[in-house]
Design a protein around this ligand. Structure first.
Ligand SMILES: C[S@@+](CC[C@H](N)C(=O)[O-])C[C@H]1O[C@@H](n2cnc3c(N)ncnc32)[C@H](O)[C@@H]1O
Length: 418
């Protein structure tokens, strides 16, 4: 256990060197050292005073639970002091959930997230498939690089502490380091369940707290990334050569069409679908997209008698085939490399013999200076053309060719054997 008797250690009773006004409060290095040594820290969060310990140290966790008499089966959140560090520690989170977390954190919110790889199992207690994530930004702990298990600094069932002296003396005397952050807001975090958010955007409030439900709802509304009302103008402004790119995609789809329905992956507001339908008279198009708002706009713009729109993710099974042509523009780059490869296999299986897949998308150019399309980390994950050609061949396409490329935009045509 850490050296609680060390002479320079600030005392939990709010001694001179633990007051924020004194300007000689404990450093982040001391916080990290105590946590690393298996000690307990009483600290100011952005809501109430909390208790922290190493989330991977069973003895420290046992001690924290015993100190506040917390039932051992109750989970506690893992807290980070920067969102990037939290996201790096939970690499299985999907891009949609990551985007939601960027909108909510750091902040007075605890997110319940899926935990398929059973990370930080000691914090999850009875439910290792769920992890609680908390990210705060408070001046006293700015730059702390270690995650901690955190729980409020009160005896189980007791009142939350707004000021250090409000913390029960049993807890103040039981920790190895106490940091005085003055008076805090005093309302605990809002707990938001995001475990189903990646799949269908569903979420719920598990505990009402410091952040109003309406504020959470605003941050989590639909997908939030594309605004159907402004999409067309934005994409024209952001993507040099957008018109030519769309023309090449639609022409390649029409040239390869030998009959049958067209499937579009990521229809959005219907920019690509409109061009494809204009070139293939008589074809019906099935369009899928994960965004209900984008599809509503597409439904307004496209001829209802020739189009069937379906809310679905590209990572999920495709609508029942067969299709004569599958086309996609500017959508597949939202998938990881593995997801793209798996999608290409499903596309191949959905095509009729001799059918064509036209893939127009943002790619990673060989020369990094040619990357001109603005990208959002965690949302856009383009892959090099060569990788995608390899995945298409592996999926069983007979002929695969790059028919157009400009900077970091490419159009690939993949034909199935007759
Ligand atoms: C940039 S828009 C492209 C729309 C249209 N093809 C165009 O070129 O204007 C991309 C669309 O892909 C959708 N999308 C992104 N990731 C998706 C996913 N994983 N599953 C289904 N749709 C997705 C978005 O909702 C968005 O409507």
């Amino acid at each position: 256990m850490s050296d609680r008797s060390a002479p320079d250690r600030p005392r939990p009773d709010g001694g001179a060197n633990s007051t924020p006004e004194g300007g000689v409060g404990p450093s982040k290095a001391e916080f990290e050292r105590v946590i690393g040594e298996g000690g307990l820290v009483l600290f100011p969060s952005d809501t109430v005073y909390g208790l922290a310990c190493d989330p991977e140290n069973p003895r420290a966790i046992e001690r924290l639970y015993a100190l506040k008499r917390r039932p051992p089966d109750k989970a506690a959140a893992v807290m980070f002091f920067a969102l990037d560090a939290g996201l790096r520690s939970l690499p299985e989170l999907g891009p949609r959930t990551e985007r939601a977390l960027h909108r909510l954190m750091p902040g007075q919110v605890t997110a319940l997230l899926p935990n398929p790889s059973r990370r930080f199992p000691l914090t999850c207690r009875a439910d290792p498939g769920t992890i609680g994530l908390r990210v705060i930004a408070v001046p006293e702990l700015a730059g702390v690089a270690v995650p901690v298990l955190q729980s409020s600094a009160n005896l189980a069932g007791g009142a939350d502490a707004r000021r250090l002296p409000d913390v029960d003396p049993v807890i103040r005397d039981g920790v190895d380091l106490a940091i005085d952050g003055g008076e805090l807001p005093g309302t605990p975090s809002t707990i938001v369940d995001l475990r189903a958010y990646e799949r269908d955007g569903a979420w719920s409030i598990v505990r009402h707290g410091a952040v109003d439900e309406a504020v959470v709802a605003q941050a989590l509304r639909d997908d939030g990334h594309f605004d159907p009302a402004t999409y067309a103008d934005t994409v024209q402004a952001e993507i040099p050569g957008y018109e030519q790119f769309q023309d090449v995609v639609a022409t390649a789809a029409a040239d390869g069409w030998r009959g049958g329905r067209v499937l579009e992956l990521g229809t959005g507001t219907g920019e690509t679908a409109r061009r494809v339908l204009g070139r293939i008279a008589g074809a019906e198009l099935v369009g899928i997209d994960e965004s209900a708002a984008m599809l509503a706009e597409a439904a307004r713009r496209l001829p209802a008698d020739r189009v069937r729109l379906q809310r679905a993710r590209l990572q999920d099974p495709l609508p029942d085939g067969p299709f004569g042509t599958v086309v996609s523009a500017l959508a597949v780059h939202h998938l990881t490399g593995g997801e793209k490869a798996a999608l290409f296999t499903r596309v191949r299986a959905a095509l009729s013999p001799g059918g064509r897949f036209v893939l127009g998308d943002v790619v990673v150019p060989a020369d990094p200076a040619r990357a001109v399309v603005p990208l959002t980390p965690g949302f856009d994950s383009p892959s090099p053309v060569e990788d995608q050609l390899g995945w298409l061949r592996a999926a069983g396409f007979a002929a695969v060719e790059v028919v157009w490329q400009r900077d970091d935009l490419a159009v690939i045509v993949a034909d199935a054997a007759r």
